[in-house]
Design a protein around this ligand. Structure first.
Ligand SMILES: Nc1nc2c(ncn2[C@@H]2O[C@H](COP(=O)(O)OP(=O)(O)OP(=O)(O)O)[C@@H](O)[C@H]2O)c(=O)[nH]1
Ligand SMILES: [Mg+2]
Length: 336
């Protein structure tokens, strides 16, 4: 069944893509098989991460990015750029994953996003999907990474991952992206938040959205002042600070240009980033699978909780407990 689903995903069937994303979102056992089948056909899409505080205008901006990428001028910009990768024949196709780490439900808070992006509903070159937390955040980051693989395998040229927040939690999600756009808004104290959360390091491009509001220049200066504290090598990418008004589309063409410039600039960096991502995914998956096996195949129900209680009560130290659990998994594997 999954082979057929994988084939349909590879053929770019939107219903199969939606179903495949549901499988990865629900951590369905069939998801692993699906990813195995599509993985060799991934690595072609360009993954664009858009993050920022709630209400920064990310979805409005993403909507504008879709429009921009679907027009031939964005296409030209990409083709003019010899190192931007293989030329795409007709028009750029775009996938969007709107991820909300704060919401346990797909739908609710994100319904607005769907409605806002409804204008693209009839465009077969655009695929939009909301994703929300099912259980722990690590699960969401993994599901987002896998969902991006699905869209990549389906042949979409650009996959935009929108996620709310500017904290450490989002860093794991945005790690899946080839380029990270951090959106900030004037007059909300974002400067302080941004500096605190350490997002300076993950931003490849800064966007001051709602630049029609007062304080945009002040915010740009604050980000600039912070950037100037860092040393950049002469050939190193220095994140530009762009101003946009997502509601009117002002500054969006410049943003798209900056994305392509980053892409052209960062070929070695891209390879390194993809390698880091592969390593992160591998490590994360091994620990997740290990724990899953432990909890679902080896320990009795409630046993993990009682070990945790004993550690909390200082009857057992965490190192001894961890070693013991590790050996139990190894012993179980050997006995099979
Ligand atoms: N004045 C002004 N308003 C904007 C701009 N961009 C977006 N907005 C408005 O800001 C509000 C929030 O926009 P969204 O696009 O939903 O913001 P978001 O960051 O996706 O929000 P969440 O996903 O809920 O975190 C909407 O009412 C938009 O119309 C802008 O450039 N200027
Ligand atoms: Mg949004």
């Amino acid at each position: 069944m999954t082979t057929t689903l994988a084939d349909r995903v590879l053929a770019g069937d939107p219903r199969a893509m939606a179903r495949a994303i549901s499988l990865v979102e629900n951590e369905d056992p069939a998801a692993a098989e699906l990813v195995r089948a599509i993985f060799p056909r991934t690595g072609r899409a360009y993954l664009v991460g858009v993050t920022g505080p709630p209400g920064a205008g990310k979805s409005t901006l993403v909507d504008r990015l879709i429009v921009g990428l679907r027009t031939p001028s964005a296409q030209r910009g990409k083709d003019q750029n010899p190192s931007a990768g293989s030329a795409v024949s007709a028009c750029l196709t775009v996938g969007v994953l709107a991820v909300d780490p704060t919401s346990p439900f797909s739908g609710g808070a994100l319904l607005g996003d769907r409605l806002r992006m409804q204008t693209h509903a009839s465009d077969s070159g655009v695929f939009i999907r909301s994703m929300a937390t099912r259980g722990h955040l690590g699960g969401l980051a993994r599901a987002t990474g896998d969902a991006a693989l699905v869209l990549d395998a389906a042949g979409l040229d650009v996959v935009i991952i929108e996620t709310v927040g500017v904290g450490q939690d989002e860093v794991d999600i945005i790690r899946a992206a080839d380029v990270s756009i951090v959106t900030l808004v004037p007059g909300t104290g974002d400067e302080v938040q941004a500096l605190k959360a350490g997002i300076m390091e993950i931003a490849d491009l800064f966007v001051i959205n709602k630049a029609d509001r007062e304080g945009a220049d002040r915010l740009a200066s604050a980000v600039e002042a912070n950037l100037s504290l860092q040393t950049f090598q002469p050939d190193e990418w220095r994140p530009p600070i762009l101003k946009t008004v997502a509601t009117s589309g002002n500054g969006v063409p410049e943003l798209i240009d900056a994305v392509w410039r980053f892409r052209a600039h960062g070929q070695p960096a891209l390879a390194a980033r993809r390698k880091t991502r592969s390593e992160y995914r591998l490590r994360e998956l091994v620990s997740h699978r290990f724990m899953h096996r432990l909890e679902h195949a080896i320990l009795k129900p409630g046993e993990l909780a009682s070990i945790v209680d004993r550690i909390a009560a200082r009857e057992l130290d965490p190192y001894t407990a961890a070693d013991d659990l590790m050996w139990r998994v190894i012993a179980d594997t050997k006995s099979q």
